[in-house]
Design a protein around this ligand. Structure first.
Ligand code: PLP
Length: 419
């Protein structure tokens, strides 16, 4: 593996983003050594700046109390505005198309409520195969709340775990006339497949279906160009590749074409009321422009603060530079795994770099979880997904090529020890 070692030394040496690693706290093992953290697809690391910023807001709360809403450079009423532009840049949207509110599954319910207007024959909702369970529960219960019993339709994977454009075409040829809405993971959480969004938009338009995306595994990971792709709505959490902290606030995108769409039926709350009139407490609702009209409650500031610290880092790093590094990191991970040449493991994530993000899903023959547990005991943290997959996701903002090298060295050792 000598040449692979040279690769990591060279790549880390010339990495223009290498200094960002220092901006994050890495978890430690029992000896105080940094864990090799390849789990940013599940929970991103803590930006060091977050603590200072939280302390700052705690002090403002202590000294200003209610007046913190209106006073000072970080007044709480407007706090989330600082996050809008960086967030919009990350998802390829205009700032008014994006807001930050609630959590992912809640936003999914809200957006389905606004967009779902079935007819007697066109009422089904198509979701991704092995959709994240929460999405499935959400869509299923949403349909039930509308009194619809046979509305859930699954976009099945081909042999293996991927969905080809051809089988998407077949699904629409068969069911397009009855599908009202499609809810797709931008990147499938299990396989790591990154869907062709332009293709999905074209086929859903052809069949007159609303296209909503769950970008949990895509945001901060791959370019999604929501505006130009003409996506109707999207929701995402911010604690995975965006490092906003456990359970941090979620994002929501509403395409500009729907700002004045009177057919939509969003649920309302006072934080969607026009900012200038919000505190007049009047009975008539005058919505904010764009996505902000969908805000319901006032913002949990202590959840926005770490996200703000992280988005600042993402803005400075730049989404294109992050994606470039991510492609290189994950390709390096792939070459190292393939070089192990062990038939107990196989990569199910697409080989094409434009059909995947940071994550590689490694299928373990026979679902032997010991391999994952042994890897963990060697200080490498990815995650295990039943029945048989280890997910490893180098995050370009804080991982380096050496992390990837060390992780696969450890994997090689584990496989050898199990021989
Ligand atoms: C992580 C994830 C979620 C999490 O939902 P929350 O509402 O934030 O708890 C939902 N869907 C997908 C696809 C995810 O990957």
């Amino acid at each position: 593996m000598q040449d692979f070692k040279l690769t990591f030394q060279k790549e880390d040496g010339i990495d223009p983003l290498k200094s960002f690693r220092e901006a994050f706290n890495f978890p430690k093992d029992a000896n105080g050594k940094d864990i090799i953290y390849l789990c940013g697809n599940s929970l991103g690391l803590q930006p060091k700046q977050a603590k200072e910023d939280i302390d700052f807001e705690m002090a403002r709360w202590a000294t200003l109390a209610v007046e913190g809403h209106f006073d000072g450079p970080t007044n709480w009423i407007d706090y989330h505005y600082a996050l809008k532009e960086p967030m919009a840049a990350i998802v390829g949207a205009m700032p008014d198309e994006v807001t930050i509110m609630n959590t992912l599954t809640v936003n999914l319910h809200l957006m389905m409520t606004a967009f779902y207007h079935p007819s007697a024959t066109k009422y089904k909702i198509l979701i991704d195969h092995s959709a994240f369970p929460s999405d499935r529960y959400a869509v299923d219960s949403f349909l039930q709340s509308k009194g619809i019993k046979d509305g859930l339709l699954i976009l099945e994977a081909d042999k293996g775990a991927l969905v080809s454009n051809e089988s998407i075409q077949n699904t629409f040829a068969k069911h397009g006339h009855e599908i009202a809405m499609v809810i797709l993971g931008g990147v499938n959480y299990f396989s790591g497949q990154f869907y062709d969004l332009a293709f999905m938009r074209a086929i859903t338009l052809e069949h007159q279906c609303i296209l909503g995306l769950d970008l949990a595994h895509a945001v901060g990971n791959v370019p999604v160009n929501l505006h130009n792709n003409g996506i109707d709505f999207a929701v995402w959490c911010t604690y995975k590749y965006l490092n906003g902290g456990p359970g941090s606030l979620a994002g929501m995108f509403l395409h500009e074409q729907h700002f004045d769409n009177a057919a939509l039926t969003p649920l309302r709350g006072w934080w969607g009321q026009d900012r200038k009139e919000r505190f007049l407490m009047e009975e008539t609702f005058k919505p904010m422009k764009g996505a902000e009209a969908y805000q319901i409650s006032n913002q949990p500031i202590f959840s926005l603060v770490p996200l703000n610290a992280s988005l600042n880092l993402h803005s400075i790093a730049g989404i294109e530079a992050l994606r470039q590094k991510s492609i290189a990191l994950t390709s390096y991970l792939e070459s190292l795994i393939l070089a192990l040449n062990d038939d107990r493991i196989s990569i199910i994530t697409p080989q094409a770099v434009d059909r995947r993000g940071a994550q590689l899903s490694i299928r373990i023959k026979g679902g032997n979880r010991t391999i994952f547990d042994q890897l963990r005991s060697k200080g490498v943290l990815g995650d295990w997904r039943n029945p048989d997959v280890i997910r490893l996701s180098p995050a370009p903002i804080y991982n380096n090529f050496e992390d990837v090298y060390q992780a696969v060295q450890a994997l090689g050792e584990v496989l050898q020890e199990l021989n």
